[in-house]
Design a protein around this ligand. Structure first.
Ligand code: NAD
Length: 502
């Protein structure tokens, strides 16, 4: 058991934010939920309540959608592209200026380790907003050499306008909550859409703070609205609302299916960033000094609560034992603890319920014949910690290999000198297709595997190559559409074809 450390004091701004009575952010104002209900927000490292938030429901969603529509048709539509750029750039500056508060809120709300929270808030989030700040002035249509109804050149012109899609409903999960919100805010503000955001009930705090920073950055009231609350009430009402033009959802594949059904009423557009079960394939010529720490990080990063986590490790027989032993050594040595302690390397899972769910997969792995190399137990300390867990001798049909666990459970399988097609078939043998990596010094082998792995992202000799400019999203049941990069703008735009004659 790791000793419970004395933690550094929170910044005054963080304490002041936590002490507030958090309300819904609608039309630039803080409002109580219509029926006045609230829910507790707790720190997963201690299990203690740190704040309460308003539990919005259908009536609150309706008010937020109306505000978003009015802003879309009103003041926001008058912003020039360059003005939207400046707003996004200012937002990036404000994230940096308020970084310590955002870092601490993200840690106590979602259990992020300090180093990761620093990297996210000081690096990933401002860089992402600056990347999207570059786009508004570059969103262009085309002129088309068309001849509608036989018009001759010089008698007509046809061109396209790229217009903002409208009111976007954004529904986000609790793992890494601020980046999840960032991924919806960046393209929505860049294109001129307005947003009703329903953050995860398990980690809603930084969504509320960033909405406030949007106002400070010059975003008019009603452009960014936040309705905290539960998925079945607030989330479902947003997905079904006839005044919403698009849902941008990140979460589980199971809820993704409910979103698609709810969206059918007004056939709103839907993008889905869903679950994953990503493979890491290690060939015997790979540089094991690189592979071992990278494979441990690929799975245990964010305590495995990470959609692109590399949770299925396929290792060639020749290097199998060495890789397994190397990862086990890293896993055993990881220092568990609250993210506020800068020396903690591995934080808690998000909730007691989620930890129980992960433990059920550990039990299934043991029952179905996997070899538990290390981890698999919860230390006796406050909070929802679980040791990083490693299973060897796993098979494709075992439950922990097939299903997304969303916890720190790495399943290793070995392969011999099978042909690459068979290795790729095994790597592709789940319903998911989000990320993946191949480790070898043989570029030909690497590229053949890249060609065969059916996922939205594949990296060679690294895992999860994330960058604001690089499209990310899922194949198969990992999702619809892409976020990040230029492609991430497309779902927030619609094309109008215009023909003018005279
Ligand atoms: P979840 O699907 O349970 O919840 C996600 C969001 O949906 C929450 O805000 C929740 O309140 C809301 N919700 C729940 N039921 C709803 C309903 N009936 N209608 C509308 N909204 C509803 O997911 P989670 O547990 O918060 O997050 C973990 C999942 O998210 C994992 O499956 C993970 O792989 C996925 N994820 C995917 C990506 C990606 O980019 N592909 C990124 C992060 C997380």
């Amino acid at each position: 058991m790791n000793a419970v450390p004395k933690l550094p004091a929170l910044a005054a701004a963080t304490n002041a934010f936590l002490a507030r009575k958090h309300q819904l952010f609608i039309d630039g104002k803080w409002l109580a939920a219509v029926d006045g209900r609230r829910f507790d927000v707790f720190d997963p490292a201690t299990g203690e309540t740190i704040a309460t938030a308003a539990a919005g429901e259908a009536a609150d969603i309706d008010a937020a959608v109306r505000a978003a529509r009015a802003a879309f048709e009103g003041p926001w539509s008058k912003f020039t592209a360059a003005e939207r750029s400046r707003v996004l750039w200012k937002l990036a500056d404000l994230v940096e200026q308020n970084a310590q508060e955002l870092i601490e809120l993200e840690i106590v709300d979602s259990g992020l380790p300090m180093a990761l929270a620093q990297y996210v808030v000081r690096g990933v989030v401002p860089e992402f907003f600056r990347y999207y700040a570059g786009w508004p002035t570059k969103i262009e249509g085309a002129t088309i050499p068309a001849a509608p109804q036989g018009k001759r050149p010089g008698d007509a012109i046809t061109f396209t306008l790229r217009e903002p899609l409208g009111v976007v409903g954004a529904i986000t999960p609790w793992n890494s909550p601020l980046p999840m919100v960032m991924l919806k805010l960046g393209p929505a503000l860049a294109t001129g859409c307005t947003l009703v955001l329903k953050p995860a009930e398990l980690a809603p705090l930084t969504a509320l703070r960033i909405a406030e920073l949007c106002s400070e950055a010059g975003v008019p009231p009603g452009v960014v609205n936040v309705v905290t609350g539960f998925g079945e009430a607030a989330g479902a009402a947003l997905a079904a609302h006839p005044g919403v033009d698009k849902i941008a959802f990140t979460g589980s594949t199971e809820v993704g299916r409910l979103i698609v059904k709810a969206a059918a009423g007004n056939l709103k557009k839907v993008t889905l960033e869903l679950g994953g079960k990503s493979p890491i394939v290690v060939f015997p010529d790979a540089d094991l000094e690189q592979v071992i720490p990278a494979a441990a990080r690929a799975c245990y990063f964010l305590q495995g609560q990470n959609c692109m986590a590399g949770t299925r490790l396929f290792v060639h027989d020749e290097v199998h034992d060495k890789v397994v032993e190397g990862i086990a050594q890293i896993a055993r040595a990881m220092k568990l603890g609250p993210g506020l302690d800068p020396s903690s390397e591995f934080g808690p899972l998000i909730s007691a319920e989620h930890r129980q769910r992960v433990m059920r997969f550990v039990d299934a792995g043991k029952r179905e014949g996997g070899e538990l190399v290390c981890g698999g137990t919860a230390p006796s300390r406050p909070g929802y910690f679980l040791q990083p867990t490693l299973f060897a001798r796993m098979k494709n049909d075992m439950t922990p290999v097939r299903e997304e666990i969303f916890g720190p459970v790495l399943c290793v399988q070995s392969f011999g000198d099978a042909d690459l097609a068979q290795v790729a078939r095994d790597a592709n043998s789940t319903i998911y297709g989000l990320s993946g990596s191949v480790w070898t010094r043989d570029i030909g082998k690497a590229m053949q595997m890249v060609h065969r792995i059916d996922s939205g992202q594949v990296a060679v000799n690294m895992h999860a190559a994330i960058d604001a400019a690089v499209p990310f999203g899922g194949n198969k049941q990992s999702g619809w559409g892409r976020e990040f990069g230029k492609e991430g703008l497309e779902p927030y735009l619609k094309t109008k074809a215009v023909t003018v004659t005279w």
